[in-house]
Design a protein around this ligand. Structure first.
Ligand code: DHB
Length: 378
């Protein structure tokens, strides 16, 4: 995305992608785009298929205490979300870069960064069995939580903030039509469950499980049984089952570093922050980061000024902390905490009851869910 945004401003970049093109275009990951992310794709000229194939959702479902409720974003704030899989976003962006003659080196593994404080930072990487180096003006560390970019920042220069949750998500992709029209979250005595989709024929479903759960304990039959129990609610349609195409476990953590820049290295997305998945913010937060970075780099190449670049971290962190707060809030409202004395359970149910009785509370959820604007003015 960053490489494409820079290209639109006439700025050259090289993308080092550690995986193959096929791998990144097929890997099942997130699927909910905020309106701002959709606008970014459309305004950057890569939103044609997204507009055609994306499923616009005007709200979400919430289930608790046997009740099936709905929060109507369209009616509350006049904005919506779009279900369009991350790998489809990747396909559109890879195609746009390659069509424009952009350089993406697949299976190129970044090994180390050097000279971050110099005018010519360098990246060493391995490609086609050989070692190579790139000298450049700036490095964007968009290489995820386990990447080399964050590790290249001197230890003392970063402050880490972290919360690990005492549960994980077991997710399946199933060849079954989605059983609810909208993304539906359930707080159930047996644990959290989520019903989502990737298309009219593909369901994406999740169950709260132990963080060290052995996936072999979860046969397809057991997964469906548990989903039926946890998503049941008065008046709700029964789940439609179908062949399970993929099954995996996602750990849950909140993680932030400050600052998100060091000399001429700028960290974006999961290299700088991880949000728990409840609320579907990870991809959208990464998109928000690179939009700010593209604006900062554009200002630099047009005018030589670093006004925006120098504020990159502060601008992104101000937004990211609000997104952390929302993802933490959704997570703590919807999951069962194993160490709970019973107090948290009662508090959660009161929170959900309040939410469904208050337009103000629903509006707050809605504006966070469809995405808060990033303010460039600090
Ligand atoms: C999906 C994932 C989420 O984390 C979420 O909150 C909603 C939907 C999904 O994969 O479809």
């Amino acid at each position: 995305m960053l490489s494409h945004l820079l290209h639109l401003e006439g700025i050259e970049s090289i993308v080092l992608e550690s995986h193959t093109r096929k791998y990144i275009e097929e890997r099942i990951r997130a699927g909910v785009l905020e309106q701002g992310t959709v606008d970014l794709m459309v305004n950057a000229g890569v939103g044609e298929r997204l507009k055609r194939e994306g499923l616009e959702h005007r709200g979400i479902g919430l289930r608790f205490s046997g009740r099936a409720c709905r929060i109507d974003f369209q009616e509350l704030i006049g904005r919506t979300i779009t279900v369009y899989a991350q790998q489809e976003v990747i396909k559109d962006l890879v195609a746009a870069r390659l069509a424009a003659g952009g350089q993406i080196l697949f299976e190129a593994e970044a090994a180390s960064l050097a000279g971050l404080d110099s005018p010519e930072p360098r990246i060493r990487y391995r490609h086609s069995g050989a070692e190579a180096e790139i000298s450049c003006d700036f490095i964007a560390g968009c290489d995820g939580f386990h990447g080399v970019a964050r590790a290249a920042v001197p230890k003392g220069a970063l402050t880490l903030y972290e919360r690990v949750y005492p549960f994980a998500w077991l997710g399946i992709l199933a060849a079954a039509p989605p059983s609810s029209e909208e993304v539906t979250y359930s707080n159930h005595d047996r644990g959290f469950a989520l019903s989502s989709m990737r298309s009219h024929e593909l369901s994406r479903l999740y169950l709260q499980c132990d963080p060290d759960e052995d996936i072999t304990n979860w046969s397809d039959v057991r997964v469906w049984e548990e989903l039926h129990l946890r998503l049941a609610a008065q008046g709700a349609r029964e789940l439609t089952e179908g062949p399970v195409l993929q099954k995996g476990i996602t750990p849950m953590r909140s993680f932030m570093i400050e600052p998100m820049q060091c000399g001429n290295l700028f960290l974006a997305g999961d290299s700088a922050h991880i949000v728990p998945p409840t609320g579907a913010k990870g991809l959208n937060l990464a998109a928000a980061d690179v939009r700010v970075l593209a604006l900062g780099l554009t200002e630099f190449y047009r005018t030589g000024r670093r006004d925006l670049l120098s504020k990159y971290s502060a601008i992104c962190l101000r937004h990211a902390w609000k997104v952390q707060r929302f993802s933490w809030w959704m997570t703590s409202m919807l999951h069962q905490f194993p160490d709970d004395s019973g107090f948290d359970r009662k508090r959660q149910l009161a929170e959900l009851d309040y939410l469904m009785s208050s337009r103000a509370a629903q509006q707050s959820l809605a504006e966070n869910y469809v995405g808060l604007d990033v303010s460039l003015n600090l």
